[in-house]
Design a protein around this ligand. Structure first.
Ligand code: NAD
Ligand code: MG
Length: 397
């Protein structure tokens, strides 16, 4: 492989679940990638282990209090890797001329600025960090179009949709001759559980996803189905679609990862084992299909593929996300922030499972919605809503 074909890659959130799967694929395709930089937050030991193996030029901790310890450990390991700290520095690294692509694997709106920086610099963005798009969808898509940045979604559903679009599909366009899309949802661990027992759900039960092994925040989002709600918003921005063109089918087997329905009645779908390395490999290969390490799907042993309508009564977060799109402006950012704080409160056992949706609805109704104009506005709104939600959590507890 010529040096020009080797992709200089930055991995944001390298210590997380998406980061780990990404590094596993890179390890299997060493001749295609050069890891320029990796970032992590508080898990410094894991970050150092990654540096020992992948020898990046830069390592970033976004948790400034961990900077000193990270420097000491990198020194101790006798690595040439430069240690950097802070969110602003992370943005600079995403924009370095030598960087070709950035894997956005940070969880939550904390990843928003690095996602924006990536597309502003016209780099290839491999996007797992759906919250960045939920919060700042219009800014990210506009910057990507203006700067000719490619966005390949890594979220399995959106990656499946992307795989079902024509090769010449351009960023942010409404796909040609499209009737609608269908996002599949596993339904999470509770889609079959009785609603009157929902208030007894514990964080441990909610984190135990039947099909996917993921970080804690997205696991709770899957259990409330807010994850699907956020994904409806993600699809709205990525493919420029109104809510009326986005359907959700509960598909407990998680084998059909999503479907595109075209005007002529054709329905295209992408199938595969529920293994995030498949969508990540498609992204890393920039549509070239490179080895991912995933098991090959065996439909004979899978036997059954089932599809159901979602239950909006059990999972009110789904409807909240659709409403947020219809309201527009800052409504989606508000929903995301309230959700991040209430999920954390549930994980800390301060509120019960159903309170997540109740608090989301309560604050959505209370706050005045404005058009999204700038990153600064979104950052200020985020701290205001975080404080407001913490207050509601305290009153609730
Ligand atoms: P995770 O919790 O396993 O990892 C999160 C990463 O973000 C870690 O590297 C952590 O150090 C970093 N991080 C945490 N807080 C941070 C902060 N304040 N500033 C900067 N970095 C911070 O999460 P994950 O499951 O890998 O998910 C990452 C993103 O990918 C999420 O947006 C999630 O919705 C999306 N996603 C994940 C999966 C999956 O299977 N895990 C699937 C689809 C989409
Ligand atoms: Mg998904």
């Amino acid at each position: 492989m010529s040096e020009k074909q080797i992709k200089n890659t930055v991995i944001l959130g390298a210590t997380g679940s998406i980061g780990e799967s990404t590094l596993d694929i890179i390890d299997k395709n060493k001749n295609r990638f050069n890891v320029v930089a990796v970032s992590g937050h508080k898990n410094i030991n894991k970050l150092v282990e990654i540096c020992k193996k992948f020898k990046p030029k830069y390592v970033v901790t976004t948790h400034t209090n961990s900077y000193k310890k990270l420097c000491e450990l990198i020194n101790l390991a006798k690595l040439d890797t430069l240690v950097v700290s802070g969110a602003a520095e992370l943005n600079t690294i995403c924009q370095l001329p030598e960087v070709d692509m950035v894997v956005a694997g940070i969880v939550g709106s904390a990843g928003m600025e690095s996602v924006l920086a990536t597309v502003q610099a016209g780099k290839d963005l491999l996007l797992a960090n759906k919250e960045a798009l939920v919060v700042a969808g219009n800014l990210v898509m506009q910057a990507a179009i203006e700067n000719h940045a490619t966005i390949i979604p890594l979220d399995s559903e959106h990656n499946a949709l992307y795989q079902c679009l024509p090769d010449d599909y351009s960023v942010g366009a409404t796909p040609k001759n499209l009737k609608k899309i269908i996002l599949t949802a596993s339904g999470g661990p509770f889609w079959n559980r009785k609603l009157d027992t929902f208030s007894q759900i514990t964080p441990e039960q909610a984190c135990a996803h039947p099909n996917w092994d993921m970080g804690r925040k997205i696991s709770i989002d899957s259990a409330t189905m807010m994850n699907k709600g956020l994904e409806i918003i993600e699809a709205h921005w990525l493919f420029n679609l109104g809510v009326e063109k986005i359907d959700v089918h509960v598909h407990p087997q998680s084998i059909v990862h999503s479907l595109v329905c075209y005007e002529d009645g054709s329905v295209l779908a992408q199938l595969g084992e529920p293994d995030m390395r498949i969508p990540i490999a498609y992204g890393l290969g920039l549509r070239d299909r490179i080895p991912s390490g995933a098991k090959m799907l065996d439909l004979i042993s899978a036997k059954k593929l089932e599809f159901y309508s979602p239950n909006y009564q059990k999972f009110p977060c789904l409807a909240l996300a659709k409403q947020a799109i219809e309201i527009g402006g800052t409504a989606m950012a508000i929903l995301n922030t309230v959700n991040e704080v209430s999920v954390e409160a549930f994980l800390n056992k301060q509120i019960n499972f159903m309170d997540i949706a109740i608090i989301n609805q309560k604050i959505m109704q209370k706050v005045e919605i404005e058009p999204v104009k700038s990153v600064q506005q979104l950052l200020e709104l985020d701290s205001e809503i975080r404080e407001m939600t913490r207050q509601v959590v305290r009153e609730n507890g």
